[in-house]
Ligand binder design. Structure first.
Ligand code: PLP
Length: 429
């Protein structure tokens, strides 16, 4: 199993290098050299397999032996130990709930799988793998939780002191064990600059096995294919997946699943006013630009990092992409209205990201009223208490125990000056 960089297609690297490097040196993105379709034997039995067996068949077909059978099965079972139910609202609308993981967002799928794959790749090394992350909020929490208790790894998180929410800070500072939080007396940009400097310091980077848990790491897309298989197999005909999108990793994962043979009627990309991709689908013009803040803030992306991968999968053919992918964009007022409408009509509490998805499903169903849509609910509504409270009342959503219990845990962090050398000295000590 080899990977090429989208900027230099004839240079191939193996799976381990693609995962541990995350980003090719030429600033492209890693893509699988070949995507092998699942065979007839799989499609004869996929609907009756256990989730674990189905997941193993899909991932092992993609990875072609890069991880031996038993190790791969353990990684999948350990990483994906929470459900992803598809909930019916009515015949036309379903919700695929991706928030049952430890940090209540779909990023748990990718981060937990990546953590275990990285630990497996470095299992014979004497030094632990050190994952360095700068965070302004949610990413650090998902990465910290994913690596917590994973042997042979440690995570060092840098966050700007006083600039993350109380519960977010607890997600970084209350875990302990192999997770260390550095509380930087500066901004998020300072944190990012410090992390970059540590990677550039070759001696430090080598000595401490530094790696990044960057969101464009190709391993994060692999487990994200699995919930499309899991959901689609519950229907007699190929469904329409509606995907609230920002960097388009989730949508790219579905495209890879479709290249392996998964039958999907259409992909609907749902965005907020950061609508670079819907605009491209409508006009064939790609115009990345600075993002603007919205209520669905995890989708506030003005230059989607996986767009290159989408183009690659369609051979850079706009027309081919529009046959498979449709796009719709909505503003914050529409998002608020949709949260209320879903609650009134179905008694279902949807978060602002899922609400954008709901609006896109309605737009699609206007022209295709008989279709079955499945909206991806990418985060738990409890992560957005302000917006949900304003629209649906303070009692509309309960904070799940696994998040609420963090509030009582002590915060443990190491204060640090906003200087690159401070981080390097700390790593050396
Ligand atoms: C990251 C995120 C998204 C966007 O996913 P992409 O794969 O970047 O398109 C959507 N919703 C939530 C809640 C997220 O955290």
């Amino acid at each position: 199993m080899r990977f090429y960089s989208t900027n230099t297609p004839d240079t191939l690297v193996d799976f381990g290098e693609a995962v541990l490097r995350s980003l090719p040196a030429d600033n492209g993105l890693y893509m699988p050299e070949t995507i092998i379709p699942l065979d007839d034997a799989f499609w004869k039995s996929w609907k009756s397999m256990s989730f674990s067996d189905m997941a193993y068949e899909v991932v092992s077909t993609l990875l072609q032996g890069a991880i031996p059978t038993e190790d791969l099965r353990n990684i999948i079972d350990d990483a994906l130990n929470f459900p992803a139910p598809t909930v019916r609202l009515d015949d036309q609308h379903h919700v695929l709930e991706l928030f049952h993981g430890p940090t209540l967002a779909f990023k748990d799928f990718g981060a937990r799988f990546m953590a275990r794959v990285m630990a497996w790749l470095t299992r014979n090394s004497d030094d632990p793998l050190t994952v360095l992350v700068a965070t302004s909020g949610d990413t650090g929490g998902a990465v910290a939780s994913a690596f917590h208790h994973v042997e042979g790894t440690r995570v060092v998180i840098l966050y700007p002191s006083g600039k993350v929410s109380g519960l977010q800070e607890k997600q970084l500072t209350a875990l302990g064990g192999n997770i260390t939080a550095l509380e930087v007396d500066g901004s998020f940009d300072d944190c990012q600059h410090m992390v970059k400097s540590a990677f550039l310091d070759q001696e430090t980077a080598r000595k401490h096995n530094l790696t990044s848990a960057n969101s464009i790491n190709i391993t994060r897309l692999i487990p994200q294919m699995l919930y499309y298989f899991e959901s689609a197999r519950q229907f007699d005909t190929p469904p329409v997946f509606v995907i609230p999108s920002g960097n388009f990793g989730n949508l790219t994962a579905c495209l890879i699943a479709m290249n392996m043979g998964l039958q999907v009627k259409q992909l609907v990309a749902a965005t907020n006013v950061n609508d670079v991709v819907p605009e491209y689908l409508a006009s064939a013009t790609y115009n990345p630009r600075p993002s603007v803040p919205t209520l669905s803030n995890a989708m506030d992306v003005g230059a989607p990092s996986n767009f290159t991968r989408m183009l690659e999968l369609f051979g850079n053919d706009w027309g081919a992409m529009t046959e498979t992918v449709s796009g719709f964009a909505f503003d914050d007022q529409e998002t608020r209205d949709a949260m209320r409408q879903v609650h009134e009509q179905y008694g279902y509490t949807i978060d602002p990201h899922g609400a954008v998805g709901y609006l896109a499903s309605e737009a699609w169903l206007t022209a295709h009223p008989e279709d079955t849509t499945i909206i991806l609910e990418t985060a738990h509504p409890a992560k957005f208490p302000e917006t949900v409270g304003e629209e649906l009342g303070a009692n509309a959503v309960e904070i799940p125990e696994r998040l609420a219990c963090l509030a009582n845990e002590p915060k443990v962090s190491i204060p640090m000056a906003a200087k690159p050398q401070a981080l390097i000295d700390w790593l050396q000590a």
